[in-house]
Design a protein around this ligand. Structure first.
Ligand SMILES: Cc1ncc(COP(=O)(O)O)c(C=O)c1O
Length: 391
């Protein structure tokens, strides 16, 4: 089956956060929204069919996963990443951000520091600060070649200095698009082991990897890393199921798992959303062909974006992503303030992006654009941006 990712599916008036909430947030309603990380594509047909089938049954009582679900997950992670999961490790949560919040409760106290690598997905910072925990940032280095690398010396220095308890890793990294190499992950993992820092590996973007790169599951590098980490995964980004609220968290270490489940129980969460379960199982069982085609389309969108910016806004620099459909763009050479960039983007270009400053240290002068949309929408947004910022 050939999927048509060029198809424009209207999303207005569907309670979509991306399309229907501009007014609520005090923004103009005619913006092209390329901010929040969901896609403007239909999920794979087998997933839609499975959800319809479940709906026809008409009973949506408390539900949980069974052995067939575990088997599908086992097959998925072993075929995608060579990672042999044990279903005992699995804890389901209503999302990855929820899981990160649970981990913070489970593994830290108020006096404890958690380390993140900014610029990074802003709920990481929130999950630490809003739970009254302490935050320390190991800023990624933006090189003169326009790439991002880890400052390992600073990473270890901060861990030592602040007696860090927890490290939240974003891999592939949102927003800078790095897919960290095995060597980089080994260096990070060894420093964490040396200083007893537990690793929360958020791998929600793991299925979006551009040609020439390969995703490494942190916990799959060696047993010591597996025992010192929790791995957050979800079909939600991959198959556009974020509204169905399900993620699969893998915790091989018995003690870490017990503490996590205790925090989860305290939160009041028990069984997962039944539609989340149905869609996850179906996606991992039947979604591979769709995903292959999607990744091809996203790669073409990336090429299109890069070429478009080169031709129309040569002073704006696209950070070459290795993974994710979120593209980090450097507007700093235009000499505008962050507020000016924001205002011009919203009120002149009429495009709604995520401001770089939201991602913390290192975010000034940047914007993040979500390219997981039909190309005509992307092209229109880029035209509006180019017109505004080339004047
Ligand atoms: C790195 C990262 N983690 C987590 C999430 C959100 O996950 P969830 O919706 O499962 O909480 C996102 C969404 O953009 C993300 O980029």
């Amino acid at each position: 089956m050939k999927y048509n990712f060029d198809e424009i599916i209207p999303r207005k008036d569907t309670n979509s956060l991306k399309y229907d909430y501009a007014k609520k947030r005090g923004l103009p309603q005619d913006l092209i929204p390329l901010w929040v990380a969901d896609m403007d594509f239909k999920s794979p047909q087998p997933v839609i069919d499975a959800l319809i089938e479940k709906s026809k049954h008409g009973i949506f009582g408390y539900s949980d996963s069974m052995e067939d679900y575990n088997q599908v997950l086992k097959n998925w992670f072993s075929s995608q990443y060579g990672w042999l999961i044990d279903p005992k490790w699995l804890v389901k949560t209503p999302g990855v951000v929820f899981a990160i919040n649970m981990a913070i409760h489970a593994y830290t106290e108020e006096k404890d520091y958690t380390l993140i690598q900014e610029p990074v997905y802003y709920p990481f910072r929130d999950s630490i600060e809003k739970n009254n925990r302490k935050l320390v940032v190991n800023e990624l280095i933006y090189t003169t070649e326009g790439t991002y690398v880890i400052d390992f010396d600073d990473f270890e220095r901060k861990i030592r200095q602040y007696h860090v308890k927890l490290f939240i890793l974003s891999n592939p990294h949102n927003p800078v698009g790095r897919v960290f190499t095995q060597d980089e992950l080994i260096q990070l993992g060894n420093i964490c082991l040396k200083h007893n820092v537990i690793v929360i590996s958020d791998e929600i973007h793991q299925d979006f990897i551009y040609p020439g790169y390969q995703h490494t599951v942190f916990a799959n590098i060696n047993d010591a890393f597996a025992q010192n980490s929790i791995t957050c995964t979800s079909p939600s980004k991959t198959f556009n199921l974020a509204g169905l609220q399900l993620s699969n968290v893998f915790i091989p270490n018995v003690d870490l798992r017990k503490k996590f489940i205790k925090a989860l129980t305290r939160s009041g969460y028990s069984q997962p959303n039944v539609m989340g379960l149905v869609s996850c199982q179906s996606a991992y069982e039947h979604g591979q062909e769709w995903l292959t085609q999607l990744n091809h389309y996203l790669y073409e969108n990336l090429t299109f974006t890069r070429d478009f910016l080169k031709n129309h806004l040569p002073n704006v620099h696209l950070i070459e992503p290795e993974g994710t459909y979120l593209i980090w763009i450097d507007f700093s050479s235009l000499g505008l303030s962050d507020e000016d960039i924001k205002q011009k983007m919203l009120y002149e270009a009429k495009v709604w992006l995520d401001d770089g400053t939201m991602f913390g240290q290192g975010g000034c002068g940047f914007q993040r654009i979500n390219i997981a949309c039909p190309r005509p929408i992307l092209e229109q947004a880029l035209r509006q941006i180019a017109k505004t910022f080339s004047d």
